[in-house]
Design a protein around this ligand. Structure first.
Ligand SMILES: Cc1cc2nc3c(=O)[nH]c(=O)nc-3n(C[C@H](O)[C@H](O)[C@H](O)COP(=O)(O)OP(=O)(O)OC[C@H]3O[C@@H](n4cnc5c(N)ncnc54)[C@H](O)[C@@H]3O)c2cc1C
Length: 385
């Protein structure tokens, strides 16, 4: 895997940084379900998490391709950016739809890491895929909103100062379209935590720092409304392509890690007096995984190219996310199988990465919903839900 890649300097910088965080580091975090604080601090100090924030607000003002290169390299190195990737892109909603005053107030702190905007509260117990069925409600009360409800799978809420919250400001029965009446609030969790805001960690099959969050008459200043009241769903949707592109980059990174690890092991492991990689039964799944990864990577590049031209590449961003998640999963399968029994041992890191990459079949959007998007919006088939 030595073909020409973009942003070579950034990739080399990330590779050097990641070399300090070995498999042993990630295994320890995984075993203890601990937040990779040191890794996130190193990325923050290196300025990588402020990549997409324009220079006028203290960020590096880099293009999407650079952010994708950063996340891909983290995953290619065997690490996982899930602990902090949201710091890169959640701010996009504020950048695109926030007022100038909000941008001045929040973006410089997010860029230098002194303010963590890592929590994104959309999913609820009864509304995952069906986002507009969400029930968390914000009622206007003078110069503030009062929020009540619950979010589920709010990742990194324990490691975030701010949360971007999607909630209902007009009941579903009172709007013409179910996508209307939803609003985005920027919640300062530091003030509310422990009183009107309760955060409970959820243990998952991989180390992901995810939580459930309860709002109990939580006050939020009306000044923290992003954009116009009732238009929040559109604001959240407008950030989805960026998120899908960046998650696809992580999946391409995972696939590269699995392929490199599998090929390396297949060259070394001797069975019946020869390398197992000499058997085509072992070679072909790895070679196929490589082909799948390259195809996904091409679609990812196309999505990035269109995004950087200022287009809204819904089709390409969705396809890139799905193909890259599938490529990573297939590569994980090939890698685990190549390792035989050793693939199940913690010290090889294969089983950890295998658990980690499985998430992308479901979150942030499930494969079925991408197929449904393609069927409806690309192929013109009738809406199924
Ligand atoms: C570790 C983790 C971290 C997460 N982090 C966040 C976060 O930070 N913020 C946040 O807001 N959310 C987060 N999520 C939530 C994630 O976005 C949802 O889990 C995802 O959108 C699916 O929703 P659901 O779990 O409610 O599944 P459901 O909506 O209950 O769906 C269950 C299954 O049915 C399928 N399905 C449902 N409807 C249809 C249909 N019409 N056609 C075909 N198939 C269908 C789905 O594809 C899925 O496979 C996270 C989830 C996990 C597991």
């Amino acid at each position: 895997m030595n073909y020409q890649l973009d942003h070579e300097d950034i990739r080399n910088g990330i590779a050097r940084l990641c070399a300090q965080f070995t498999g042993e580091y990630w295994r320890r975090c995984d075993r203890d379900r601990a937040y990779p604080t040191e890794f996130v601090a190193a990325l923050t100090e290196g300025g990588f998490l402020g990549a997409l924030i324009p220079e006028q607000y203290g960020g590096s003002g880099l293009p999407m391709s650079a952010a994708a290169a950063i996340l891909e390299e983290i995953h290619r190195s065997g690490g996982n950016a899930g602990a902090c990737h949201a710091q890169m892109y959640t701010m996009g909603t504020v950048l695109r739809h926030g007022s100038e005053a909000q941008k001045q107030q929040y973006l410089p702190g997010i860029a230098d890491g002194s303010l963590r905007l890592q929590a994104f509260g959309v999913t609820e117990p009864s509304s995952g895929t069906d986002t507009t069925a969400l029930r968390t409600a914000a009622r206007r009360d003078g110069d503030r909103y009062i929020v009540n409800g619950q979010k589920l799978w709010t990742s990194r809420a324990e490691h975030s100062d701010l949360m971007l919250l999607l909630c209902r400001t007009t009941p579903r029965e009172q709007v013409n379209k179910k996508t209307d009446g939803l609003s985005v609030l920027l919640v300062d969790m530091r003030e509310a935590r422990g009183s009107t805001l309760t955060v409970r960690p959820i243990r998952t099959m991989m180390n992901h720092a995810t939580t459930e969050v309860f709002f109990d008459d939580m006050p939020v200043p009306a000044a923290n409304l992003i954009g116009e009241e009732g238009n929040g769903f559109r604001y959240i949707l407008s950030g989805m392509n960026a998120e899908r592109i960046l998650i696809a980059a992580e999946c391409v990174g995972d696939a590269k890690w699995f392929i490199g690890k599998a090929a390396g092991y297949a060259r070394e492991r001797q069975v019946f007096g020869r390398a197992i990689g000499q058997n085509q039964g072992v070679q072909f799944p790895i070679a196929r995984a490589y082909a799948d990864m390259r195809a996904a990577e091409l679609m990812l590049r196309e999505a990035i190219r269109l995004y950087e031209q200022g287009e809204n590449p819904g089709e390409e961003a969705n396809l890139a996310k799905m193909l890259a998640a599938d490529a990573a999963w297939a590569a994980g399968e090939a890698c685990l199988q190549t390792h035989g029994g050793f693939g199940f041992a913690e010290e090889y890191d294969v089983e950890r990465k295998y658990r980690e990459t499985r998430l992308y079949q479901v979150a942030p959007i499930s494969t079925n919903l991408i197929l449904s998007y393609v069927a409806e919006h690309v192929l013109g088939l009738p809406r199924s839900y």
